[in-house]
Design a protein around this ligand. Structure first.
Ligand code: KIV
Length: 278
């Protein structure tokens, strides 16, 4: 498949073809995303913190860690449009800090766009990054980086005020130049309303079936994540069971002496050489 561009994403939205996005955190998961010509966007999300690095919150992830992983993902990415998330703290101190960190992320890792959690409070950053040529995908609705302030990971936009806030955020971000908006954990009616109001593609996660596209976390799709499973996360495989079973059978085979097989899994020495040796 030809490289996916922002133009491709706009055309998919225009033709009402749902956009497909999946996260990746390293070279193998990036290859998995690129294995289907149907994947449009690979996202190095900051869920990296929990699913790959064992942190309890995305707020603990550093820019250095994100760059390290995004570089590996870039090496394994072919056609998908490649976006990486700016970690908590890397775009909050000032517009110039945000620009410097986004430039570092793009230059050092080779990703094509950046994702930032935030609504109207980040429009200045979105405007500036867009102006210098870094495509931005803001993330609204449930923003995991603010889970402490919101007392948990809760569905957003269920009240009139909450819904209005999300619509105003989305409109302001579009006006600031965002190429797409990611919306997490909002009622499906609101997912559709925001999508209808915007001219750029919306990517939903727990935002119902009417957004321009969908994203899920790689480990949820593969069934390798054993932590909390959100209502919206569907498992498309149960690799955890297969993985743990393989580890168990590997150990059993070593213990019972059936691994390695002397005929098929071992090397032998030339008989004459061996005779001389001993
Ligand atoms: O970090 C992440 O993986 C995300 C999800 C919404 C896809 O932001």
């Amino acid at each position: 498949r030809k490289k996916v561009t922002i133009q491709t994403l706009n055309a998919l939205r225009e033709s009402k073809t749902p956009i497909t996005m999946l996260t990746a955190y390293d070279y193998p998961s990036a290859l998995a995303c690129s294995s289907s010509p149907l994947i449009d966007i690979t996202l190095v999300g900051d869920s990296l913190a929990q699913v790959c690095l064992g942190y309890t919150s995305t707020t603990q992830l550093t820019l250095e860690e994100m760059i390290h992983h995004a570089r590996a993902v870039a090496r394994g990415t072919s056609h998908p449009f490649l976006v990486a998330e700016m970690p908590f703290g890397s775009f909050h101190t000032s517009v110039s800090d945000a620009v410097a960190n986004a430039i570092r992320l793009v230059k050092d890792s080779g990703v094509e766009g950046v994702k930032l959690e935030g609504g109207r409070e980040i429009v200045d950053v979105v405007r500036r990054l867009t102006a210098i040529g870094i495509p931005v995908m803001p993330h609204i609705g449930l923003k995991p980086q603010t889970h402490v302030a919101t007392s948990g990971y809760k569905v957003q936009g269920r009240s009139v005020d909450g819904a209005r806030k999300i619509v105003l955020d989305a409109l302001a971000l579009e006006e600031a130049g965002a190429f797409s908006v990611l919306i997490e954990a909002v009622p499906l009616e609101l997912g559709k309303y925001v999508t209808d109001r915007l001219k750029i593609p919306t990517i939903g996660i727990g935002a119902g079936p009417h957004t321009s596209g969908q994203v899920l976390v790689y480990d949820d799709v593969m069934g390798t994540w054993s932590g909390h499973k959100a209502k919206f996360a569907r498992r498309f495989a149960n690799l955890k069971e297969a993985r743990d079973d393989a580890v168990q059978r590997y150990c059993d085979a070593i213990r019972d002496g059936s691994f390695p097989n002397p005929e098929t899994e071992s090397y032998t020495m030339d008989k004459l050489e061996w005779a001389k040796f001993i």
